[in-house]
Design a protein around this ligand. Structure first.
Ligand code: URA
Length: 192
């Protein structure tokens, strides 16, 4: 089975099996999307309005901003795989609750296992703290985190593009942190 076929099976399974309460109000589930052979996986928080309608992650304003930052480093959306901790839209985009994250986490872990990325990029606090509950995004953004975990060993946390979109100083920081990605990947590839 190809990675793409494995991913499709995982999504099909969890779209039925996931017990997340957000299912009741969401239009549909939003599985991860992108290149199964990507060296990087980006993990966001939860789908917003546009993602809920289209069934794809990061297709709204935050996604457009992300695409611009990818272009700046000569990468395309088609090069990467992107997903969310929570696969259903929380009403009015409120923060996902711990039990909502918990009910979607195995789905995320299975996606990551198939992609087997060299680098896991957390987009925002929720994504970071899902795996590193004691780290603060304001302290670790833009820095490589190395730790052997069941999902991988090399991580980079970035501010969430939606949070940075309308916050001038956070936006500058995110753009600068994002530019570190090619160098980080080069370094990983030279040492692995
Ligand atoms: N914000 C997220 O965290 N995920 C999306 O898919 C869209 C916006």
């Amino acid at each position: 089975m190809t990675k793409q076929e494995k991913l499709e099976k995982v999504h099909e399974k969890w779209l039925k099996k996931c017990k997340c309460q957000l299912k009741e109000e969401a239009t549909q589930g939003v599985p991860g999307h992108g290149n199964p052979d990507s060296e990087i996986i980006f993990i966001g928080e939860a789908p917003g309005k546009e993602e809920d309608l289209q069934g794809k992650p990061f297709v709204g304003a935050a996604g457009k901003f992300l695409n611009e930052m990818l272009e700046d480093i000569k990468m395309k959306r088609e090069d990467i795989y992107i997903t969310n901790v929570v696969k259903y839209r929380p009403p009015n985009n409120r923060d996902p609750l711990p039990e909502e994250k918990e009910s979607c986490v195995e789905w995320l872990e299975e996606e990551i296992k198939i992609i087997n990325p060299k680098l896991i990029v957390f987009l925002g606090r929720h994504s970071l703290q899902n795996f590193f509950p004691n780290e603060k995004i304001s302290e670790v953004h833009g820095k490589i985190l190395k730790k052997k975990t069941k999902i991988g060993d090399t991580f980079l946390a970035l501010y969430h593009p939606a949070a940075a979109l309308y916050n001038g100083s956070m936006r500058e920081v995110l753009i600068e942190d994002f530019k570190k990605l090619p160098r980080v990947l080069e370094k990983i590839n030279s040492t692995k």
